[in-house]
Design a protein around this ligand. Structure first.
Ligand SMILES: Nc1ncnc2c1ncn2[C@@H]1O[C@H](COP(=O)(O)OP(=O)(O)OP(=O)(O)O)[C@@H](O)[C@H]1O
Ligand SMILES: [Mg+2]
Length: 495
């Protein structure tokens, strides 16, 4: 109906233009990694135990297939699955379903290619095939779904014959993957294979919970993906802090904080592997799991900044799929926001975790060595008197001792007393939880180096100094804070 046809109606239909809309739908911001993960979500929801991903390089005729052995779809279901918006985001989904918008398979595919072929078979039926070709949609200016593979396509459904049931998602005319490349050059081929590596890393992270439990195998060009666990839970040195549960809209969300081991406790290989796709600093923060599928991998959701001192803090949060709206899950399943009502609760848990993480990062080990080491080690001693704690500067600490041995020691003693009497204990206590940074020494490597060498020189005045004596310096504050930090230690010792 046209605008001027009826004066009695209150409106009229203005349908989207398929030939233009379909190109806008390509710009949802997927990368190859997130697009493939979106397709694998569907395989998992279909009960697949195996997913085979095949990248075939043929220059402009290159292709990507994602094949699964899930329950598959009959012809009617397949046609419906190809529809954009096949299911409303408002509908209640089965608890293991990883979908929400009824769009992912199409939008993820269109973001990478101009031709999407989907073939599927159920236990009871034959293989059926459907195809969206963006060039056909553009040419016909209509959502014209092809019911067979177009001429010239290199799609083959042979793998489905070997399976009792399953689905193939096949991408060709990969203009967004093999960008600007109508020429079959070596350079593009190398880029194509580099992308495979990125996909492998992404999937090993996003689906690690499924792979670890033995529920799922993912293969890329015949190589099996090994899961990447962000918390290296199998290592004893990883601190698993007490799990907390948060009640929200009738659901109980599990929050599991981890403090990863200090790097001196990891082999070079373990350290490298645990650093993850974005490196140690980038991977700190929350890990949001929706039905065991990782949505966010290392983000403080705007509550804190990512800082070096906190890089060992990683916190898992598990949410079900019926809170997608509250968490503002996006179509790509790679963005989310903490609901306002539980932001404070989550912030508190993160604070505690970050405090533990900064202690491990600095590896000061004060509480352990206070008991074991000689009285020389610490600058401060704590005395309990009438139920009150007094903080006294240790006169036996070598650096302090040197000062009070000087001729003018009376003045030094009175300054020490003044400092002791004015320690702002209450202020410091409240400061700790507010800033969280009180446990972070602010010595620069240069300052430490200077102090260390002064110290060594002093000892050398009494004759040659042994390796055991040098080692003992590492039991004294401030050096003991860095005793197990190979990197800083190396910098301090090297003149
Ligand atoms: N590999 C598959 N095996 C069986 N059914 C599938 C498969 N892939 C897709 N489907 C069916 O097609 C439907 C549409 O998939 P699509 O990814 O477009 O949307 P969704 O998964 O419902 O939601 P979302 O947009 O959040 O991904 C699915 O709900 C499912 O029923
Ligand atoms: Mg989906």
């Amino acid at each position: 109906m046209k605008e001027n046809e009826s004066s009695s109606s209150t409106g009229f239909e203005v349908a989207p233009k398929p030939d233009t809309l379909v190109h806008s739908l390509r710009a949802f911001g997927y990368k190859l990694t997130t697009a493939i993960a979106d397709i694998v979500d569907n395989s998992i929801a279909a009960g697949a135990k195996n997913v085979w991903i095949e990248f075939i390089w043929r220059g402009p005729e290159s292709s990507v297939s994602i094949i699964d052995d899930g329950h598959g779809m009959n012809p009617e279901k397949l046609t419906e699955a190809m529809r954009l918006g096949t299911m409303s985001p408002l509908e209640t989904r089965e608890s293991r379903d990883l979908g929400r918008f009824g769009l992912g398979m199409k939008t993820a595919s269109f973001s990478q290619c101009r031709r999407l072929v989907v073939a599927s078979k159920t236990k009871e039926g034959e293989v059926s095939t459907r195809c969206w070709d963006l060039d056909v949609i553009t040419e016909k200016a209509s959502w014209y779904l092809l019911s067979r593979v177009p001429d010239g396509s290199l799609f083959a459904s042979s793998k489905l014959c070997e399976l009792e049931s399953g689905t193939i998602v096949y991408w060709e005319k990969l203009d967004r993957v093999t960008a600007d490349n109508n020429d079959d050059t070596k350079n593009n081929e190398r880029d194509f294979f580099l992308l495979i590596e990125a996909v492998e890393k992404h999937l090993s992270m996003v689906f690690h919970r499924f792979i670890e439990r033995g529920n799922l195998n993912i293969w890329i060009n015949a190589g099996k993906i090994v899961p990447w666990n962000p918390f290296i839970e199998t290592l004893d040195a990883t601190q698993k802090l007490p799990e907390e549960t948060i009640s929200f809209r009738g659901e109980r969300l599990r929050v599991m904080p981890f403090v990863l081991p200090h790097h001196s406790k990891l082999s070079g290989d373990e350290f490298e592997k645990a650093s993850g796709i974005n490196g140690w600093n980038g991977q700190q923060g929350f890990y949001l799991y929706r039905n065991r599928r990782l949505i966010i991998a290392g983000d403080w959701f705007g509550l804190f900044k990512k800082e070096e001192h906190y890089k060992l803090a990683r916190i898992a949060i598990e949410i079900p799929n019926n809170l997608d709206f509250e968490w503002q899950i996006d179509i790509r399943k790679s963005k989310a926001m903490i609901p306002l009502e539980i932001r404070n609760e989550i912030r508190q848990i993160a604070r505690k975790t970050r405090e533990s993480a900064v202690r491990v990062y600095r590896f000061r080990g004060k509480s352990i060595s206070r008991v074991k080491d000689s009285s020389e080690s610490f600058v401060w001693n704590v005395h309990a008197k009438h139920g009150r704690k007094d903080y006294r500067i240790n006169r036996h600490h070598p650096i302090v001792k040197e000062l009070i041995d000087e001729p003018d020691s009376k003045r030094v003693q009175s300054v020490l007393r003044l400092i002791e009497e004015s320690v702002p204990v209450q202020l410091m206590k409240s400061g700790i939880s507010e800033t969280e940074a009180s446990d972070v020494p602010t010595y620069t490597v240069e300052e430490l180096k200077e102090l260390f060498h002064l110290f060594v020189k002093k000892l050398q005045q009494n004759g040659n100094i042994s390796t055991r004596e040098i080692e003992n310096i590492w039991n004294i504050e401030p050096f003991c804070w860095y005793k197990n930090d190979g990197e800083i230690r190396g910098k301090i010792v090297n003149v």
